[in-house]
Design a protein around this ligand. Structure first.
Ligand code: MN
Length: 262
């Protein structure tokens, strides 16, 4: 199995190396990741500047491996790798392990999920892995072991071309994780704030604060279950269409007059 591994925290991120070590025995693992941190890059791609690719040595000793760094966005890395850099077809794309949860509407801002979503758009199976951050630093080795456990289960269930899965590891502790939950994405809003900044030229300037929280959500969702200490698994779709409203609008459209000028 040929696996493409990418992330949004950048080529030097500990979560990338930990995920590499956790899956390297599955086959040939090729790492193509952004040269610099790209958190919250979302699904951006680079249009008007070239993408520079450099080979980078990572890890040490028996765990040393080479990777390709790309001075672009996470989605750039996956498209460029699949379309140009890799000599043979990719069987599976993994993104992560992100330092920070990617649940609820934060999925839209996530470069980690975008890297995996890009793979799904390229008709490849893809999984995004993220680890929630608590008071302590993330234990990426332990998180990676959990990611591998989930990946083995997903592969056993069948992970097909174009299928995208979002996996989040909770803040770990002696009694965490408490288990695994397959749950839908929460759509609860994020509560955060912008702070007025001094600007050297006296212009109006704001910075987004570091802390945020989710608005209260009802039911079993990725946000609620991750907070409670469960590993969460959410299958996602690139198709954002809302089928009930599609049907309703399509029905309404039958009664609309002709377009102006027709
Ligand atoms: Mn990140």
């Amino acid at each position: 199995m040929r696996i493409l591994l990418s992330n949004d925290d950048g080529i030097l991120a500990p979560g990338l190396a930990a995920l590499y070590r956790a899956v390297v025995d599955l086959g040939e693992v090729v790492v193509v990741a952004p040269s610099h941190p790209q958190s919250a890059a979302g699904h951006a791609i680079t249009l008007r500047s070239p993408l520079t690719v450099q080979q980078v040595g990572l890890g040490a000793g028996r765990e040393a491996f080479t990777a390709l760094s790309v001075d672009g966005r996470p989605a750039d890395c996956v498209r460029l790798a699949v379309r140009k850099l890799l000599p043979a077809p990719v069987d599976l794309v993994l993104a992560g392990i992100n330092a920070g949860a990617n649940v609820g509407i934060n999925i839209f801002y996530s470069g980690t999920v975008a890297a995996a979503a890009e793979a799904a758009m390229l008709r490849l199976p893809a999984v995004a892995f993220s680890a929630d951050v608590g008071a302590q630093e993330v234990d990426f080795d332990r998180a990676a072991g959990l990611c591998r456990w989930v990946l083995d289960r997903l592969l056993a269930c069948g992970l097909h071309p174009g299928q995208l899965v979002n996996v989040n590891i909770p803040v770990l502790g002696p009694d965490r994780p408490r288990g695994v939950r397959v749950v839908p994405q929460s759509t609860a809003g994020v509560e955060d704030s912008y702070h007025r900044q001094e600007h050297p030229q006296g212009l109006e300037s704001y910075r987004l604060g570091d802390s945020f929280s989710f608005a209260p959500a009802e039911g079993l969702t990725d946000v609620a279950c991750l907070e409670e200490g469960y590993v969460t698994i959410t299958p996602l779709k690139v198709d954002l269409t809302d089928p009930p409203r599609l049907d309703k609008l399509a029905e309404a459209q039958k009664t609309w007059p002709a377009l102006p000028g027709q």
